[in-house]
Design a protein around this ligand. Sequence first.
Ligand SMILES: [Mn+2]
Length: 324
Amino acid sequence: MSVTPGIAKDFLREVEAADRIYIGTHLNPDGDAIGSALAVALFLDALGRPNEVLCNDLPPYNLRFLPSVDRVRLAPEGPASLAILVDLDSSSRLGKIRPFVETCPRMIVIDHHVPHEAPGDLRIVDTASPATAAILYDLFKASLAEITPDIATCLLAGIITDTGSFRFSNTTPHSLTISADLLARGGNIVRIGEEVFQKKQLPAVRLLGRCIAKMKLALGDRLAWSALSHRDFEESGATEEHTEGLANELLSVDTVQVAALIREPLPGKVRASLRSRGDFDVASVARQFGGGGHKNAAGCTFDTSLEEAERALVSALESCLASS
Ligand SMILES: [Mn+2]
């Protein structure tokens, strides 16, 4: 466990010295990013510390049920002296909130990614933790904070989404133990299941249809990918947020070990999500294109056309997979 009583003390000292606090997370936020940010906001409320939650994007549809989700803003209303950044491995992933965050004289980073850079005056980083929310649980416990039902729901949402409902290899005994405690403290696991996993907007289902119809396979069906054009998005009425989970659908084919979803949600904006099973490290391929992530889930963006991005990425994946 990365959170010692000493670290919790340092954290509380920073929080108590700050008159106003920004809580920030990465762009295209997921359940761990938003769940963690909101949990920190609720924790700071209880300490009487004024705070604002900032993100480059508003929370996606499936997370709009989280307690206090309406607090997430694209820009702050006032200045702050401390920024607490959660689930963030690189300042560039702050997107448009970066200039606001950089006005803060002090910065705390709480994260579980392998860091790209190491910003922050205090860094609470545990790459063995399955979710930032799991680190926060330990931090709140070590700080003797009360974990309310709303905080429990936010943290549980982070752990459940980042572990794929405890199905991914990052699931640890500790994450299950603390999730049991979060459930006991009123975390609404049923609502999380319904909202995050059982509901889809119609454009997302239409885009899923195109993703499957356009699937291509190589290397004896071990590699699967799909490239979605801006037209696919337009005709489905879909946006980038509707691509959530599509790469995993490609990976669900039983022979497939590596899957890639390449797409152009807006003209000239090309990005890819990579997923793998087992030992194949897709983050190493994503890094070749300036991206990053975890061994089994990574992503990158391209300055090229969709067709060129597809060619370059598929050829990189083919050469890595052929030699593995
Ligand atoms: Mn995370």
